[in-house]
Design a protein around this ligand. Structure first.
Ligand SMILES: [Zn+2]
Length: 460
């Protein structure tokens, strides 16, 4: 975006001086010539590949493919790459390497690449540093198959390169939102004393969990769509909930949010539909999901209905401004993490596999922080729409806070970027306890750092 100062300087240089320009001319002078191209690769893990990091049954078969879908956008400074991957998470240096590979492919810098996972659980949850640490044990414990990761990274880079050859103009942009009924619910049920009174995960067979209130959620599925004239080229959808109906059966699956996306995609082959999971560390479908195959179908229908409702509100307007903002943040490491104790757990052959891989992932996070490798928070702004990219399992409050910080903008949030820190609660959640807090790898002071970074890139 041309700043006001640059614009005025340009006007002065052109001899326009203090002559008041008609608004339309001023807009035309500032309108960027954006171009976009979508890309898509298969990201389904092969047979026997660890799922959810190796904590659950590995791949035995496939219900439906997992994909990595994204777009390259040019014309707002150096190229921008945004991508959603149907994986549980991409952590630490592995996330950085993916961003570097896509940046190189697009001829840009890694801080202009956002890779966000959708967070399905019958899916890869990958950290090469964790794998390297496990390799030192010499027991063949696996967090990922390195050749599979190489293959996905290479095919994504090639797809980005190819997309750069097939760019189309973006003349218009639209945004909309639609209410999703009976999908999201807060996992943390607080009692009158403000402490955690109950907890429900992504699925529950306990009737009480279906009856307890929804709690705080963001009920809206948001869409930002890019057009060349009348032709909708790319539609990005955002909704905040853990995306699992059921998992642990070894069947690769894009789950209900991916299935809803695929249904919409089949209806509109000319437009690339991308689904992003919002900040949903404390949000899941537990109130509305008994974990049966029937529930998966219902949840798919409801997300699909949300996409359709959101798209019905799309009203394209001419692109008048576009920019990218990014900031590195250093999230504070939880002081209860003790590397030597965690390494004892990693080495302990009496521990279940999951309880050896998990501490290895925690150590990888700690070491990454010692190396001062930041997490990058970024946002793409087009007209009054902002697409915010947050890390890991950020709590919903970060998404709501970013919206509140920019009340005049349409802020759509994708979380599950760099997955290194796992759950990122807000400060008040720590003393309440509960599962998410027990597996948060950041200090309670993280809230100030993360919400500060988010507000900075959103701009307000
Ligand atoms: Zn999660």
């Amino acid at each position: 975006m041309v700043s006001r100062r640059e614009f005025l300087q340009h006007s002065l240089a052109a001899g326009i001086g203090s002559v008041l320009l008609p608004a339309a001319v001023a807009r035309a002078a500032e309108a960027p010539s954006l171009k976009i191209a979508a890309f898509r690769v298969d990201a389904s893990p092969p047979k026997d590949h660890p799922l959810c990091g190796g904590w659950i049954k590995p791949v035995v078969g496939m219900d439906d493919p997992e994909e990595a879908i994204g777009f390259v956008l040019t014309g707002a400074g150096d190229p921008i790459v945004v991508c959603a991957v149907d994986w549980t998470g991409i952590l630490n240096q592995t996330h950085i390497q993916f961003r570097q590979a896509l940046a190189q492919a697009a001829g840009t810098t890694p801080d202009r690449v956002a890779i966000q996972c959708v967070h399905q659980h019958n899916a890869p949850f990958v950290c090469r540093n964790t794998q390297a640490l496990l390799d030192t044990l010499g027991e063949g414990i696996q967090n990922l198959f390195p050749d599979f990761l190489d293959r996905v990274q290479d095919s994504l880079a090639k797809a980005v390169e190819k997309a750069c050859q097939n760019l189309r103009p973006v003349t218009h942009i639209a945004h909309g939102q639609g209410k999703v009924e009976k999908v999201a619910s807060n996992r943390r049920i607080l009692g009158p004393d403000g402490n955690l009174a109950d907890w429900r995960g992504s699925a529950s067979k306990v009737e009480r969990h279906w009856e307890l209130p929804e709690g705080q959620i963001d009920p809206y599925l948001k869409t930002v769509a890019f057009y060349d004239g009348e032709t909708k080229l790319v539609a990005c959808h955002y909704y905040a909930t853990h995306p699992m109906s059921y998992y642990g059966d070894g069947m690769v699956c894009s789950d209900f949010v991916g299935l809803a996306r695929k249904r919409r995609q089949a209806e509109e082959p000319g437009c690339t539909h991308i689904y992003f999971t919002g900040a949903s560390g404390n949000i899941a479908a537990g109130k509305y999901n008994n974990g049966t195959p029937e529930a998966r179908i219902q949840l798919t229908d409801r997300i699909y209905a949300g996409i359709v409702a959101s798209e019905s509100k799309l009203s394209p307007v001419a692109v008048s401004s576009a920019s990218w903002s990014a900031t590195p943040v250093f999230l504070p490491v939880r002081d209860t993490l003790n590397e030597s104790r965690l390494m004892d757990d990693v080495r302990n052959r009496d521990n279940a596999l999951a309880n050896r891989i998990r501490p290895a992932m925690m150590v990888s996070w700690m070491r990454r922080c010692e190396e001062k490798l930041p997490i990058v928070i970024s946002a793409l702004h087009v007209n009054d729409a902002t697409m915010l990219h947050l890390p890991a399992e950020s709590f919903l409050e970060y998404q709501l806070g970013a919206q509140a910080a920019a009340p005049n903008r349409f802020v759509a949030t994708a979380a599950y970027g760099d997955g290194g820190p796992w759950y990122i609660p807000v400060e008040t959640a720590y003393p309440q306890g509960g599962y998410e807090v027990s597996v948060a790898l950041t200090d309670p002071k993280v809230e100030g750092v993360l919400s500060g970074g988010a507000k900075q890139v959103v701009g307000g």
